[in-house]
Design a protein around this ligand. Sequence first.
Ligand SMILES: *Cc1c(COP(=O)(O)O)cnc(C)c1O
Length: 221
Amino acid sequence: MTLIQNFLSIRQSLPGEVKLIVVSKFKPGDSVRELVENTRHLDFAESRVQELLQKAPLLPEAIRWHFIGHLQTNKIRSLIPFTKLIQSVDSFRLLKEINREAERQGKVVGVLLQFHIASEETKYGFSFEESCQMLESDEFKGLSNIDIKGVMGMASFTENFQQVRKEFKSLRSHYEYLKTNYFKESETFSEVSMGMSGDYKIAVEEGSTMVRVGSLIFGER
Ligand SMILES: *Cc1c(COP(=O)(O)O)cnc(C)c1O
């Protein structure tokens, strides 16, 4: 199957309201261009700032770039002008740095809070408890240049789909908890970004609003 057929078959398998974010990391800009020109799809994601900064200026400006990798504070400044949504905010410290830089650039930056839901130690993210502590702190309430639009998480890399389902369920339920307790007034806190090539169907069944799919579209990296 071609790139475009892969994309279309995944798009068609998703409920209409679920957003598809095409993960283009390690893939050439020409493939992104081919998809944009043939399908008008505009949501893409990268996991390294360097790679995003190389690709974005050569591709249509209408593309909405999502950032999904671990973000170092010294890269925030250069990332902000090129990204629509930083999905991988994994610490309070990082959130504060993003706010500070956004303020400096006169912007409000959209972000998702990334949660550690997998059993592997290697994945980044808040614990549920840490996020509540942060949201209750006075320091958090002073941050006015970030717009928290929801949550993101990656399930364990395992064939045990019961476990994957359990992890997605826990993220969806923590999202509901946060919405009720901390974001009642927010009109933008509405996204649950979960599901990748190997598990996006389970994620959608468990209430994902946004899936991030790379290798099923572009082939293995
Ligand atoms: C690479 C990556 C994806 C996409 O992974 P595939 O298995 O290729 O679909 C999704 N989310 C994050 C955070 C990633 O780093």
